[in-house]
Design a protein. Structure first.
Length: 258
């Protein structure tokens, strides 16, 4: 805490000595914590038309059916109700995301959270409880930050919404899921997420917006949604910074396994 305060005090002084710079390329900007206009136009921002559930960008709005769902989600709806993403994480975006990782984590989170609040404005209504996807404490030790928690806190604070950083807990660390078959991912995620006993009353009848940094297979989000619903949440929506395009075999039927 003291370290963080000193860092912020240090930055306040530095901002006065050096002009604020772009989070991506380091060029001068008008305001701290933003990207310059050149980098901004290169950002893989996600706009309509997108599927209302898996957030996948669509070539045409004609591909979206009733309720704004893509064909895959119409066949089998994800565990969550509405899904929103701010960016596309494709090959072109990877370089940008990697560079962002070297930026100050708090500046980075605030920047992404701003775009997520825009992308999710229709699901972040009054009374919503914002809950981040938890990481296992071992992983937290190596990473120092839970990116989803930084994003969730920034979004909730910015909009004056309730924030539940400790509603969900991850009972064990899981392996990277993207390389595995759907069946293997489902087995890996079984029983991993749990709502803390003292937090169940907070969820009863609530609309929850689950926040994560990335949506890849959907297995992690599905495990969280299932735990939240079982604990009494009325509706759970999903809001992520980035969506990986075209994921065949999205784990939308995991709820049947849990
Ligand atoms: Zn720049
Ligand atoms: Zn979809």
């Amino acid at each position: 805490m003291v370290v963080r305060l000193l860092r912020h005090a240090g930055r306040f002084v530095l901002d006065r000595l050096y002009p604020p710079s772009c989070l991506l390329c380091g060029a001068d900007t008008m305001q701290a914590g933003l990207v310059c206009s050149t980098c901004f136009v290169r950002l893989p921002l996600l706009g309509p038309p997108c599927c209302a559930a898996c957030a996948q960008p669509q070539a045409s709005s004609a591909l979206l059916g009733r309720d704004g769902l893509c064909a895959t989600c119409e066949r089998r709806h994800p565990a969550w109700e509405q899904g929103r993403a701010a960016f596309i994480y494709d090959a072109g975006a990877r370089d940008m995301i990697l560079r962002l990782k070297y930026a100050d984590q708090l500046d980075y989170a605030a920047f992404l959270a701003g775009h997520m609040a825009r992308a999710g404005q229709d699901i972040l209504g009054p009374g919503v409880l914002v809950v981040p996807v938890p990481v296992h404490r071992w992983r937290l030790l190596s990473r120092r930050y839970n990116q989803a928690a930084l994003l969730g806190r920034s979004i909730a604070r910015g909009l004056g919404l309730d924030y539940g950083p400790d509603v969900l807990e991850r009972l064990r660390a899981t392996v990277r899921l993207a390389r595995f078959s759907r069946g293997a991912r489902q087995r890996e995620m079984q029983g991993v997420m749990r709502v803390r006993a003292g937090r169940r009353t907070l969820l009863r009848g609530r609309t929850v917006v689950l926040v994560d940094d990335m949506l890849t297979t959907g297995a992690t989000a599905t495990a969280c949604v299932t735990a939240l619903r079982e604990a009494g949440a009325q509706k759970v929506h999903l809001l992520v910074a980035g969506v990986v395009p075209e994921r065949p075999g999205l784990d939308i039927d995991l709820q049947e396994m849990l």
